[in-house]
Design a protein around this ligand. Structure first.
Ligand SMILES: Cc1cc2nc3c(=O)[nH]c(=O)nc-3n(C[C@H](O)[C@H](O)[C@H](O)COP(=O)(O)OP(=O)(O)OC[C@H]3O[C@@H](n4cnc5c(N)ncnc54)[C@H](O)[C@@H]3O)c2cc1C
Length: 414
């Protein structure tokens, strides 16, 4: 039987960042993973470090948009009919959290954590030798119509209040940044302070390598074996039993599998998303991620090629993939950018772990001494991994966290 000060369950970007921050504070730490570091949700994202996030994605308020989604004609969202009854309470809570005043409240609550997103990555990248994956080239959102662009007024207003720079551009202005984009859009917004990475998996692996270089231990094991023994949490690993006084659950979309067993029923649902890689025709290239806002997909330059990621699919986490959004997206994506053929044999599927108020849970697990949660990072797990790692490790060692953890408490769900 081995013993460490802390065990961290799950080696996605969140768990790995937490483990690294704890090791940096001099604790003995084991990072327990059943598969491989960074190869699940944290592998396939769009690579954006969205420190500039203002409003979270909202439940559609427009009847036309809802009707298109219901009729499965929308490119931005999809659903499995059989899953809707199960996810309905979550959807209703999501709709409630999407009221305009709630969105403004969320924007204010999350700003302190998001404002550290890029800087916290830069700090970890510098010590992990991963700076080469970082692009500080911002991100660009393009809007095909006047209506969707006009709807951005509240976001621009808050950006001004928060001191977040943005540039509203016309087609030519956007093409000056991204010459390979075709002029199928009327407006664009450039967010210069967002950053992105060219290989999310390599970044998580680099953080894990830094963690082990600091003395952290990476173990293969099943988090579902977690149980209490005396004053310790115990998990069974390939190296035998591991005991720790403190345990951080960072299981991403799999967190409910463990938490339900411990009697914690937090409202975590998944928004599934897909990606595929493509070549580019001729000399076409991109310097940054581009969001085709009304169509609802992202196009991002990665080391593997041009990665297209889809919006939300409401379906059971483990249901078979149904990447039907691609057939709706692809004609529009090819209008915007001269894509070549796909280079993937199959479409990647991941599950964003989401709470209905779009805020993660970061902090103590109610009613369980020594148990901590770092889950539910939704659309921003890559963005917030290092900031989460810093905040929760400061709490675990008894330092004052760099930002107020109250908005992230699990107790907000009653
Ligand atoms: C299409 C798409 C695009 C996205 N784009 C972005 C983006 O541009 N920017 C951004 O910030 N975020 C983005 N996200 C969200 C981001 O990818 C996630 O929020 C993030 O990866 C979640 O990280 P995690 O560490 O919580 O979960 P994961 O990466 O899933 O890690 C959880 C780990 O737990 C392990 N695990 C599970 N069960 C067990 C068990 N029983 N025992 C041991 N280990 C276990 C898993 O194997 C896994 O390694 C996107 C997501 C998707 C799907």
């Amino acid at each position: 039987m081995a013993r460490t000060d802390v065990m961290v369950l799950g080696a996605g970007i969140v768990g790995t960042s937490v483990a690294l921050h704890l090791a940096k504070r001099g604790l003995s730490v084991a990072l327990v993973e059943r598969a491989s570091v960074g190869e699940q949700t944290s592998y396939g994202n769009a690579g954006i470090i969205e420190g500039n996030t203002i409003f979270p994605p909202a439940f559609p308020s427009d009847v036309g948009a809802l009707a298109r989604i219901a009729l499965k004609r929308a490119s931005e969202a999809n659903y499995h009919l059989s899953f809707l009854p199960r996810v309905m309470p979550w959807l209703l809570a999501f709709r409630e959290a999407s009221r305009p005043e709630r969105l403004v409240e969320t924007a204010r609550l999350i700003r302190p954590l998001f404002s550290r997103a890029v800087a916290e990555h830069e700090a970890l990248m510098a010590e992990a030798g991963a700076t080469r994956y970082l692009r500080k080239t911002g991100w660009l959102k393009v809007y095909r119509g006047d209506k969707s662009f006009g709807a951005l007024a509240p976001e621009f207003d808050l950006a001004g209040k928060f001191g977040l720079p943005l540039q509203a551009l016309d087609t030519a202005g956007a093409q000056a940044l991204e010459p390979s984009l075709n002029p199928v859009f009327a407006h664009a917004v450039f967010w210069p302070e967002a950053a992105s990475v060219s290989n999310p998996l390599a970044v998580t692996r680099a953080y894990a390598a830094r963690f082990t270089a600091l003395g952290g231990v990476l173990l293969s094991g099943d988090a579902l074996s977690l149980h209490r023994t005396g004053n310790y949490w115990r998990v069974e690993t390939g190296e035998g039993a591991l005991d720790s006084a403190q345990c951080v659950v960072a299981l991403g979309p799999w967190a409910p599998d463990l938490l339900n067993r411990l009697g914690m029923n937090l409202p975590l649902a998944v928004k599934r998303g897909y990606h595929r890689h493509f070549g580019a025709e001729g000399n076409a290239s991109l310097a940054r991620p581009v969001l085709d806002a009304e169509v609802g997909y992202l196009i991002t330059p990665m080391e593997q090629g041009i990665r297209i990621t889809t919006g939300a699919e409401f379906a059971a986490r483990d249901a078979p993939p149904t990447p039907e959004q691609f057939s709706r997206i692809m004609p529009r994506a090819r209008e915007l950018f001269p894509l070549g053929e796909t280079t993937d044999a199959k479409t990647w599927l991941g599950s964003r772990p989401c709470f209905p108020d779009s805020r993660p849970v970061i902090g103590r697990a109610p009613g369980h001494a020594g148990l901590w949660l770092a889950i539910g990072h939704a659309h921003w797990g890559l963005t917030l991994g290092p900031a989460t790692g810093r905040m929760i490790s400061e709490m675990i060692v008894g330092e004052k966290p760099f930002c107020d953890p109250t908005p992230y408490r699990a107790e907000r769900f009653g």
